[in-house]
Design a binder for this molecule. Structure first.
Ligand code: NDP
Length: 454
């Protein structure tokens, strides 16, 4: 680690104690920026890096709600308004018991660079709660969402901050929150994205993150004159991102042999087909069941439960060509990364945010495989959220083909920006540096233009 990064990180750690995921995300970006700061003394003079790691605003609030039996509960709600230099704050809401300030700050920080890479005018934000929607009735989820929005509505708006979904927040939750916002404000605006198609949503928004991650993989493969046709792929997760990643891999002729949830993973050597994917979508989106049920229906597949005694994830220990981590942060550690490389995987496109630990990332970079980090590879979701905002402003809807064409174009342009920036600053093929540098420069220049409050 360079002296610059060491000193900078010592300050970040001291100022933000007990936020390991935030430190991890900042350190990766700082290491990339060390390559450019000598050439840009104006950034150091204006303390851009010191300012960019400080959220513009952090909102933390109480979310009381009542379960179906009449018992009182209280959860904690958050919104991190990280950076508005290039547009209104934009980023998802996560409902998961692991949510805390440090996790949301890492996500908000990543979001700033990701949104910049999309070329759309969106600043960065993130929010959520430690509420666990698993096992709750629809009524309980509705009451929670209503209580959450009763406070959040004060801070958001179509020109201020536009939240969306993330883990545990899908169409159902966005609907309950939108209804509450509309009731309080008495206005129908594009204050959330990921809305239903009948009430302002965009076609392709549910598909966008997964489709985008696969388009990004296809772009990386194209640099070697290859396609996804016939490639065996490992996918983790079985939620929104994993489902549409699988769908697009099938569209492009690839084979998906794994899916998972927090209980374990399934391995299906024959690969998923459309019927099996439809089963998973119904299982997860309608019946809200566990992925273990897959092997009750498809007998040739095997299920492996999470084993707390081993320190790697056996999902990543199968022969394959490509991997699409699509569950959560730090789901690939150093051993997993070594297993992936050993098993012949040479394309990693991250649907999830920061799914690989820094040690794992180094394994991929040392092996010189095609490694697409989340802030570039999964930017398709927020890109189509940006397109949803545009459609809402115009009061107009584009066709499925039009949105998909725009999404594809944006993913190609993100890929090209990463390649160009990595080459320009002397690390060709390093998409981590490419994404961090390309994402940073646009935000940093905008902050300079806007003076000390930029
Ligand atoms: P969903 O809630 O739809 O699905 C999440 C999936 O990951 C589920 O299968 C879930 O299993 C699994 N999972 C969640 N947490 C853990 C954990 N701690 N350990 C193991 N498995 C876990 O979320 P999304 O598909 O929307 O999000 C997945 C990832 O993609 C996240 O990192 C998110 O930040 C990222 N992302 C999402 C975008 C979007 O548009 N939705 C945009 C960009 C990135 P279980 O059901 O058992 O909890």
């Amino acid at each position: 680690m360079s002296l610059f990064v060491e000193n900078f990180m010592a300050e970040v750690r001291a100022k933000n104690p007990a936020q390991p995921e935030f430190h991890q995300a900042v350190e990766e970006v700082a290491a990339s920026l060390a390559l450019i700061l000598d050439k840009h003394p104006e950034y150091s003079k204006a303390k851009i890096l010191e300012r960019i790691v400080e959220p513009e605003r952090v909102i933390m609030f109480r979310v009381p709600w009542m379960d179906d039996q009449g018992n009182y509960h209280v959860n904690r709600g958050f919104r991190i308004e990280m950076n508005s230099a290039i547009g209104p704050y934009k980023g998802g809401l996560r409902f998961h018991p692991s949510v805390n300030l440090g996790i949301l700050k890492f996500l908000a920080f990543e979001q700033v660079f990701k949104n910049s890479l999309t070329t759309l005018p969106m600043g960065g934000g993130k929010g959520g709660s430690d509420f666990d929607p698993k096992g709750k009735s629809d009524d309980e989820v509705m009451r929670f969402c209503q209580s959450f929005m009763m406070e959040l509505y004060r801070y958001i708006g179509p020109n201020t901050d536009v939240p969306a979904g993330d883990i545990g927040v899908g169409g159902r939750e966005i609907g309950f929150m939108f209804g509450t916002y509309k009731k309080i404000r008495n206005e129908f605006t594009g204050v959330l994205t990921g809305k239903g198609l009948n009430w302002g949503g965009s076609l392709i928004r549910p598909e966008a993150t997964g489709y985008g991650a696969v388009y990004f993989a296809a772009e990386m493969l194209a640099t070697r004159g290859e396609t996804l046709e016939g490639k065996t792929c490992l996918v983790s997760g079985s939620g929104n991102v994993a489902q549409y990643t699988t769908e697009k891999i099938l569209d492009l002729g690839g084979k998906v042999v794994t899916l998972s949830d927090s209980g374990g993973y399934v391995y299906d050597p024959a690969g998923l087909d459309r019927e099996k994917l439809a089963f998973v979508m119904d299982l997860k989106n309608v019946r809200r069941g566990r992925i273990s049920e897959y092997v009750e229906k498809y007998k040739d597949a095997t299920y492996t439960a999470v084993q707390t005694t081993i320190h790697h994830n056996p999902l990543w220990d199968h022969k394959a060509d490509c991997a699409f981590p699509s569950a959560t942060q730090n789901e690939i550690n150093e051993v997993d990364a070594q297993n992936l490389v050993k098993n012949g995987v040479y394309v990693i496109s991250e649907g999830a945010n920061m799914p690989t630990t820094p040690e794992g990332v180094n394994v991929f970079l040392d092996a010189k495989i095609l490694y697409g980090p989340g802030k570039a590879a999964n930017a398709g979701g927020v890109a189509v959220s940006g397109l949803e905002m545009s459609q809402n402003s115009m009061r107009y809807s584009w066709s499925r083909e039009e949105v998909d064409r725009k999404l594809h174009g944006i993913m190609k342009s993100i890929h090209a920006s990463c390649v160009q920036a990595s080459e320009k600053y002397g690390t060709p093929g390093n998409y981590v540096n490419g994404a961090n540098i390309a994402g940073f420069i646009k935000v940093a220049d905008s902050m300079l233009d806007q003076g000390i409050y930029g």
